[in-house]
Design a protein around this ligand. Structure first.
Ligand code: PLP
Length: 391
């Protein structure tokens, strides 16, 4: 049976070129980067090189990059790090209602620890209005956090505009760019951000490694204390293979971005048009144009997202219903809820996220297997009353 992996927002396969760069770090170049002899120095050099690659990729200085265990840690570090180091200035943080749980749960934690959090609303496409950010700022605001691209619906936020406003107010600005790297341009100066989170496994790098960009001069508290690694900002022996893999992966992601985005946009639009033209009672979630080149998120009325996911799995197609991290709960997606998608429609949502190895034949296959699945599920659905069941 054909296997079509369309869940690249959840994770991507590690690029063989990345694996090749990582392998020696497990065996011959296994030294601890804090040691002074040759293999230790080599490991340190490998980290420095990877740090330079990350810095070049996002327009930062090398010393502004801190390696972490992934997107979740980077988001935690950004929010808690700024909050606890600046609480004497104020305890108000602004974020959006469509952030990843890595940000939302951290905000919940901060709220329990005396911080006041404002969750900004979004429009029907999931966009946070920069003017809403301006209006929400008070003299107690210390940090604004808005993601660059949404992991569920693919909407790209106007981060540069929001950043300009936040900068004028003299407040720190963090963006979660986990889904944006390799898909759209990410430059910390163009975006006017002070902190930016990224994660290697979303752009063909290994899992369990990420980075946080911290603009020079940002007052931060460390979350992990111990040795002197990462300029004392994040203690612990470095994940050398992971960091080397991240460096290679971001270099490839940025150099191939234009070419890949063009191909992905073509395939994504073929999928979107194929579904909208051939299946009734379906809507595309997210912004029609300002969306990630690989993301197509739909709500199919009168069907359950989970049933679609399982039926697609039976024919070899891997997709996600809602966010991968929450697909084991039956709560409607907080992103679709914030976009005011009615609950019963939100429950019928499926996210298709394409990748660099997705082919036109893969899309043709999905367009062939999906309509009969929807038809079968609608025939069984108690919600289908009055629906023409041809599709
Ligand atoms: N932020 C966003 C937007 C994500 O999509 C994800 C992962 O799905 C994360 C953060 C968490 O990243 P990680 O899996 O590296 O912890």
């Amino acid at each position: 049976m054909r296997f079509v992996y369309l869940d690249h927002a959840a994770t991507t396969p590690t690029d063989p070129e990345v694996v090749k760069e990582m392998l020696p770090c497990f065996t011959e170049s296994f030294g601890n980067p804090s040691t002074l002899y040759k293999i230790g120095r080599e490991a340190k050099k490998a980290i420095t090189l990877a740090r330079d690659k990350v810095a070049v990729a996002i327009g930062a200085k090398s010393e502004e990059i801190i390696f972490t265990s992934g997107g979740t840690e980077s988001d935690n570090f950004a929010l808690k790090g700024v909050a606890f180091a600046n609480e004497q200035k104020g305890k108000h943080i602004i974020t959006s209602s469509v952030e990843h749980h890595a940000v939302l749960e951290t905000c919940k934690f901060l709220a329990k620890n005396g911080f006041e959090i404002t969750y900004l609303p979004v429009d029907k496409y999931g966009i946070v209005d920069p003017e809403d950010v301006r209006k929400a700022v008070t003299d107690k605001t210390i940090l604004v956090s808005v993601m660059q691209a949404n992991n569920e619906v693919g909407t790209i936020e106007p981060i540069a505009e929001t950043g300009k406003i936040v900068k004028e107010k003299g407040i720190y600005f963090h963006t979660d760019a986990v889904q944006a790297i390799g898909a759209v341009p990410v430059n910390v100066n163009d975006l006017n951000v002070d902190l930016l989170a990224l994660s290697a496994h979303k752009f063909y790098g290994p899992k369990g490694v990420g980075a946080l960009y911290i603009r020079k001069g940002t007052r931060m508290m460390s979350l992990i204390n111990g040795g002197h690694q990462e300029r004392r900002r994040r203690a612990g022996t470095e994940n050398v293979p992971g960091i080397v893999g991240l460096g290679k992966a971001i270099e490839l992601a940025v150099s191939k971005m234009e070419e890949r985005s063009k191909q992905l946009t073509f395939l994504r639009d073929k999928l979107i048009n194929g579904i909208l033209d051939n299946i009734e009672n379906v809507r595309l979630n997210g912004h029609p144009e300002k969306r990630l080149p690989n993301n197509a998120n739909f709500s199919f009325e009168f069907v359950e997202g989970e049933s679609m996911l399982l039926n697609l799995d039976l024919v070899g197609v891997a997709v996600s219903s809602g966010s991968a991290c929450t697909s084991d709960t039956l709560e409607p997606s907080h992103v679709l809820s914030a976009m005011k998608v009615p609950i019963e429609i939100a429950h019928g949502s499926v996210r298709f996220t394409l990748g660099k190895n997705t082919t036109e034949e893969d899309i043709d296959y999905v367009l062939e297997v999906l309509p009969p699945i929807i038809k079968k599920l609608r025939q069984m659905s108690p919600l289908r009353e009055g629906l023409d069941l041809n599709v």
